[in-house]
Design a protein around this ligand. Structure first.
Ligand code: ZN
Length: 294
């Protein structure tokens, strides 16, 4: 768990864009090098293959950064600032300081990322058209055309993959926003959206195993890693949603909350304050202090 959290949160500062600190997790470096080597091997531009591969990999991470900025700047519109945008092994994450307070906010913040990616794919396609038309004539134009095709592919994949209807993908947040609006119960909506993420993650693990065992494609290892990461985050969000709904129930219903049966009442009987130590089913203990109403 701590490994996953550290990948998501920790990184070296790169600078700021729109006042948002951008950081890079060290886990990104080996994957960037593997990508550069893999792409360069596939290109047939001689000495130019490596620099072109580097440009392509920078385009991929730049595209991820722009995707996250789409989330962050939409969140800012609703008064929610972003602590950091961290780029890591599995992509990027914008850490916003608080959760959206209404389904429509969550919907727009989540949808902004994939929309930005698909728009960026369109821009790369627009830039590709004039280059592609004349690319047959000179090698230099082929050098330019190749990263542009990479940019289109990377952004289409970013946009479409993130629209999968399961948490932690943006599509999962969109689904949660919709169900939250329908049911007026954020915890229940989170549970369903996270279950979607788990199912998607397990399907992706199966696909990774298929790539690895049947197609003998070593890239299957990365698919399995990404998929396990998705399953872990989905499970984590489910647990968090449960804890929040227990906490909300205890705050709301006090000693009448069904979860209070697991609690221990503490403190001085003459005091007007009562402390409840709540033991959650996952073993954690949280102390709540309530003013006793006499
Ligand atoms: Zn996103």
């Amino acid at each position: 768990m701590s490994f996953v959290q550290s990948i998501l949160r920790d990184g070296y500062p790169l600078g700021r864009i729109c006042r948002i600190p951008i950081t890079v997790n060290p886990s990104l470096i080996p994957i960037a090098l593997i990508l550069v080597a893999g792409i360069a091997r596939g290109l047939e531009f001689g000495w130019a293959s490596v620099p072109i591969a580097i440009v392509m990999v920078l385009t991929v991470f730049g595209s991820i950064l722009v995707h996250e900025l789409g989330h962050s700047l939409t969140a800012r519109y609703f008064g929610i600032e972003t602590r950091t945008i961290n780029l890591h092994l599995f992509g990027g994450v914008a850490q916003i300081v608080r959760e959206p307070s209404r389904p429509i906010e969550e919907f727009l913040i989540a949808a902004a990322g994939p929309m930005v990616s698909l728009m960026l794919a369109g821009l790369f396609a627009l830039a590709f058209v004039p280059v592609g038309l004349f690319a047959g004539d000179t090698e230099v134009l082929q050098y330019v055309a190749t990263p542009l095709i990479g940019g289109i592919a990377a952004n289409v994949i970013l946009g479409v993959f993130n629209l999968m209807p399961g948490f932690p993908m943006d599509g999962g947040r969109i689904l949660r926003a919709y169900l939250w609006y329908r049911w007026d119960d954020r915890a229940r909506a989170t549970h369903t959206a996270a279950t979607g993420g788990e199912i998607f993650g397990y399907a992706l693990i199966a696909f990774g195993l298929f790539r690895l065992i049947t197609l003998l494609d070593i890239g299957g290892v990365f698919t399995i890693l990404v998929a396990s990461f998705i399953v872990m985050l989905a499970k984590n969000e489910k647990r968090r949603a449960h804890a929040l709904s227990w906490a909300a129930s205890i705050e709301r219903d006090g000693p009448n909350s069904p979860w209070m049966q697991e609690s221990v009442r503490q403190g001085d009987p003459d005091s007007t304050c009562v402390e409840y130590v709540v033991r959650y089913p996952d073993g954690r203990e949280v102390v709540f202090t309530r003013e006793q109403r006499l």
